[in-house]
Design a binder for this molecule. Structure first.
Ligand code: SF4
Ligand code: SF4
Length: 337
């Protein structure tokens, strides 16, 4: 079924979902009891709410958990790695921006020597994407992303139901038992926000931010340094390693925990020196990472436009106008004689 497209009529959506749930572990977007929107297990008979715009936390929580035990120590056995074993988990209802964010994290954690904790988790995930309608916080349509919105199966919303696109061997294995609900079609997929991803000709941000530095400084002065924007960002992946020993020193556990470039401690090194002590420096650093990339991904924008940082910022800060101005000034400079 790979590379083929099918129509799923609206009246078949419920039996399609129930048959899909029967294949094993599955998480869907839903409003949980506390009112938060999350990917979580459906309760019996519950359908995914594909109209929800964004979950609080993105999919990085599955691949790179906030607190992850990576080593155990005992006096008898020394340090032992923690084995990660998990069955297949299907995530149903992932928006293109979150799929593109996984493509970005794959570049970070799987390039060269794959990360031993990320790789098995990534292999255990099967991704079912779905088209969406951007809201006022989204920027996938304003600043296109170079990252592909790859997945195993993608559902395009159409008037009569969904067009289901099978995109991998794994997608094929998932869809094969569901074929009674699917009718093959050669109609092209409708336009969707997915088209805003994987664009090779994405505009280039200027390395020199002097044209927007006064606005950047002004925004940075309003930043509270709470770190919410980084916690909820699907492509932020800074981490720290923390070792917690038992009181008698006979045992210890080492954890990989999320770090946050907006925290003052982020750039503190041995001896107490801090090379980004001022909040304005930390704010500038985050901006540069999101739009200019760094390290092995220098020049690759890491913002996929999900809007979480804007929706969750208690100071109401929004980097988009700044990014658009920087882009405009750079294209103006490029065309000036
Ligand atoms: S969420 Fe807003 S206030 Fe908090 S660190 Fe980010 S930009 Fe600053
Ligand atoms: S910077 Fe903001 S809009 Fe961009 S990917 Fe991160 S959370 Fe989403």
């Amino acid at each position: 079924m790979k590379n083929r497209r099918f129509l799923l009529v609206g009246s078949d959506f419920e039996p399609f979902c129930m048959a899909l749930y029967g294949q094993g572990g599955i998480h869907i977007p839903k409003i949980c009891a506390d009112g938060g929107v999350r990917f979580a297990h459906p309760v019996e008979g519950e359908l995914p709410d594909l109209s929800l715009i964004r979950t609080i936390l993105p999919l990085k929580k599955y691949l790179f958990p906030p607190k992850d035990k990576v080593l155990s120590y005992s006096q008898d056995n020394g340090y032992q790695p923690v084995e990660y074993n998990s069955g297949k988990l299907l995530i149903f209802g992932v928006h293109p921006c979150d799929l593109a964010a996984i493509s970005y994290l794959d570049k970070i954690f799987l390039n060269g020597e794959p990360d031993a904790f990320y790789l098995p988790r990534r292999k255990s995930l099967a991704l079912i994407g779905v088209s969406c309608m951007p809201d006022k916080y989204c920027s996938c349509g304003d600043i296109a992303s170079p990252m592909p919105a790859d997945c195993d199966i993608f559902l395009y919303k159409i008037e009569t139901g969904y067009m289901v696109s099978c995109e991998s061997d794994e997608g094929s294995a998932i869809l094969s038992p569901l074929s009674p609900f699917l009718h093959e079609t050669d109609i092209l997929p409708p336009e969707s926000t997915r088209d805003n991803f994987s664009l090779n000709s994405v505009e280039k941000f200027p390395d020199d931010l002097s044209g927007v530095s006064s606005e950047l400084q002004e925004m940075a002065r309003s930043c509270l340094g709470c770190g919410a924007c980084s916690i909820c960002c699907p492509t932020c992946y800074c981490f720290d390693l923390l070792e917690l020993p038992s009181l008698n020193g006979e045992r210890a556990e080492r954890f990989r925990i999320w770090d946050n470039c907006l925290y003052q401690s982020h750039a503190e090194v041995a001896g107490g020196y801090n090379f980004r002590k001022a909040r304005t420096e930390r704010f500038d650093y985050r901006y540069r990472h999101k739009y200019l990339g760094f390290g092995q991904l220098q020049g690759i924008m890491s913002c996929v436009g999900c809007g979480r940082c804007i929706a969750n910022c208690p100071a109401g800060l929004d980097l988009r106008p700044l990014a658009c101005k920087a882009l405009k000034e750079s294209s103006h400079a490029a065309t000036s004689p």
